[in-house]
Design a binder for this molecule. Structure first.
Ligand code: NAI
Length: 679
């Protein structure tokens, strides 16, 4: 039984008990209907209370249901019965009341919550809209403009804010159940339905502005468009007409390709945390984190750890570098305060937990050490030898390297089992992805510690094997290389960028390259030159740009020029000349290449590389690759990731297109095995 009833005098407590998070399910809905019957028909009962067992009220609906034909009774039937019940029903919230759970609460006569409760309607982030009155009841309390923000962003509101918006009536301290029974008993005998309230009158310009802002923030995706229409209809249609419109949009969207992709990504993100059951392990305790190197990454990692309530010890090579690093972190916090994004006291607490030193002996108090010095194997090995001689036994030792061999670093220590890679993305305090790299000798509890740290830092972890570029950079490199081929074959950088942005990538590859700086790639290319097979298809355009000092945005020019700091719309004559020369040198007659070909080739390159690295075991699940690309590389979430994309394609065409792609790459191209990737 997922719903049970318990009597407390003349109040019926209806307990929803569907572990772990009381997700709404067919069984829950059936149980609720039965309990509401009991409340209605028992003359000894005066009011009802809806209460969740365990850690939450109802944290949302069972997403798997949304991809299938829905079985009756559906949520709107339960909600109609709450509203039709002649006796008042109170929702007593704790933990999370999200999606359908919050919609159910909004249909009750009153809502109280314990202080830690969060409420919200995250449906739009899953490619659908609330389908049980959320878009109609919220604006009756908050007004349309604020409801547009809430529904379109999927924002989670803490209880105190929900009270301020009148979405919750009261926050109660102490025993929620006892408070709820007392509250329910004191409710007036008449029904207090939000549906009977009118939508507050608002300035149409303010509503329009909110709609435009929501549309922009939601990139004009279908769910956002539908959510805006549904919320706005609250002010123009009768409740029942608008409710029917909302339900129709929900039913249409829940089986849309985009909703399937977003649900895939949701489950992929959850699965990414799972380690093989064959290696059970307990994470080691971490409170003091030492960061070695206070450059771009080191300071970002330090901020991320401070924000998570950890103590940070930042180690630099000399006093001036240490001062710069400390200043950077302090400036970060003072600007957060100045922008009103953080209270001064809160910032102060974080800064106080930061210790700066050049004395390696202090490392002895660290539970976990993260190295973020220059990307150079010899330097990193030197640093790890020093860490090894100062860190306490049992401390976890991590490297933030982007490409280097984690084992070659681990092996300079006497404790390679304690070493792993923690590959953060830039800016490290903003980007959610964290690749947790398993070295050849990494102990299971060290890997578990990496995952636990990721959770503490509110990152999305993905476990990767120790191979050049791990998962993300390896796939991204294959993608970028294909985009360079496109330049040689006839496209201009702005055409490639525009096509991939139209597909949904956050930025085009050449705009990204300019932003991160071409010199890093140039240095790596030079380092690899000696071992590169001359028969490989190698595009020299980037080298040409760097030889002219065009290192990207920071130099004012790269693939594009940046007059007044803003990117020029198109590549200039110098760049076009370099590209044309490259085509000629390879004997290619340049041709116009349309957006569909650009998009398909770029995606195929990712898919092929994904198949290769899955077969090599660098990724342990195909869906992990989708998480990495979406969370770390701006791949559109609504496309589900490159593997999900590949699964939507016609298999035979995909196979033959991949073969053609690998053939066109020429010498050294390797065809991935799709059967492994798509099974
Ligand atoms: P950076 O050049 O900004 O910072 C490196 C810092 O390490 C400098 O402040 C330097 O003074 C310090 N340092 C050098 N040798 C040291 C030593 N022996 N002891 C103590 N401190 C020392 O470099 P960045 O960009 O922060 O990169 C650091 C690492 O993070 C590299 O391995 C890089 O590949 C990796 N990484 C960089 C990303 C990026 O986007 N910049 C993204 C992900 C990883």
């Amino acid at each position: 039984m997922q719903v049970r009833t318990e009597r407390d005098g003349d109040v019926l407590v209806i307990v929803i008990d569907n572990p772990p998070v009381n997700a709404g399910s067919l069984e829950v809905r059936r149980g609720l209907l039965q309990a509401l019957e009991e409340l209605e028909h028992d003359s000894g009962l005066q009011a009802g209370v809806l209460l969740g067992a365990g850690s939450s009220f109802i944290a949302g609906s069972d997403l798997r249901e949304f991809g299938q034909p829905l079985q009756a009774p559906q949520l709107p039937t339960v909600i109609a019965m709450v509203e039709a019940c002649t006796k008042p029903v109170l929702a007593a919230l704790h933990g999370a009341a999200l999606g359908g759970g919050f919609e159910l609460a909004l249909a009750c006569d009153a809502r109280i919550a314990s202080a830690e409760t969060v409420v919200g309607l995250p449906e739009v982030t899953l490619g659908i809209i609330p389908g049980a009155g959320g878009t109609q009841r919220v604006p009756r309390r908050t007004g349309v403009a604020r409801a547009l923000q809430l529904v379109c962003s999927g924002e989670r509101l803490p209880a105190s804010q929900a009270v301020a918006l009148r979405l919750i009536d009261a926050v109660v301290p102490g025993d929620l159940r006892a408070a709820a029974v007392a509250y329910a008993r004191a409710l007036p005998g008449t029904k207090q339905r939000i549906r009977d309230e009118t939508v507050p009158v608002e300035d149409p310009a303010v509503v329009e502005q909110a709609a435009q802002a929501a549309l922009r923030a939601g990139k004009g995706r279908p769910a956002v468009v539908a959510a805006i229409a549904a919320v706005r209809s609250a002010a123009t249609l009768s409740f029942d007409e608008a409710l029917a419109g909302e339900r129709a949009a929900f039913q249409r969207l829940r089986v849309s390709p985009e909703a399937f992709a977003l649900r895939h990504q949701f489950f992929a993100e959850r699965d990414a945390w799972k380690l093989p059951a064959s290696q059970p392990a307990c994470a080691r305790a971490v409170q003091v984190v030492a960061v070695i190197g206070g450059g771009t990454m080191g300071t970002g990692i330090a901020i991320s750890a401070l924000d998570a309530g950890l103590d940070v010890l930042l180690v630099e090579k000399d006093a001036p570098a240490l001062d710069t690093a400390g200043e950077r972190i302090r400036t970060h916090y003072s600007s957060r305060v100045a922008e009103g994004k953080m209270a001064a006291a809160q910032a102060q607490v974080r800064v106080v937990r930061l210790a700066l030193t050049t004395n390696w002996r202090e490392l002895a108090r660290a539970d976990l050490v993260i190295e973020a010095v220059f990307e150079d194997l010899a330097i990193k090995q030197g640093v790890f030898a020093a860490i090894d001689s100062h860190a306490r036994p049992g401390a976890v030792l991590a490297t933030n390297t982007s490409y280097l061999d984690v084992d070659a670093i681990a092996n300079v220590t006497a404790r390679p089992q304690d070493v792993l890679g923690l590959h953060f993305f830039s800016p490290a305090n903003v980007m959610r992805l964290l690749e947790v790299v398993r070295g050849g000798q990494t102990a299971p509890d060290v890997l578990a510690t990496g995952l636990a740290l990721a959770k503490r830092l509110r990152k999305q972890a993905v476990v990767a094997g120790n191979a050049f570029g791990f998962i993300g950079n390896r796939i991204y490199n294959a993608y970028r290389k294909q985009c360079e081929f496109l330049l040689e074959d006839g496209a201009w950088p702005e055409e490639v960028d525009a096509a991939l942005q139209a597909f949904g990538m956050a930025m085009g590859p050449f705009a990204v390259a300019d932003l991160s700086g071409l010199d890093i790639a140039w240095r790596m290319r030079k380092a690899q030159a000696a071992t590169r097979d001359p028969r490989e298809r190698y595009v020299p355009i980037l080298d040409g740009l760097c030889e002219q000092g065009r290192f990207g945005r920071k130099a004012g020019a790269g693939y594009y020029t940046y007059p007044d700091g803003k990117r020029a719309a198109a590549s200039d004559a110098t760049v076009r000349e370099l590209i044309t020369q490259a085509s000629a040198a390879r004997g290619i007659a340049r041709r116009a290449i349309g957006a569909p070909e650009i998009q398909r080739r770029a995606l195929l390159a990712m898919v092929n590389e994904a198949a290769l690295l899955l077969a090599e075991g660098v990724a342990s699940r195909a869906s992990d690759i989708d998480v990495v690309l979406v969370q770390g590389y701006g791949f559109p979430r609504w496309e589900g990731g490159p593997v999900f994309w590949a699964r939507q394609q016609d298999r035979a065409t995909l196979e033959s297109d991949l073969q053609a792609l690998v053939q066109a790459a020429g010498y050294g191209g390797v065809l991935g095995d799709l059967s492994v990737l798509l099974s």
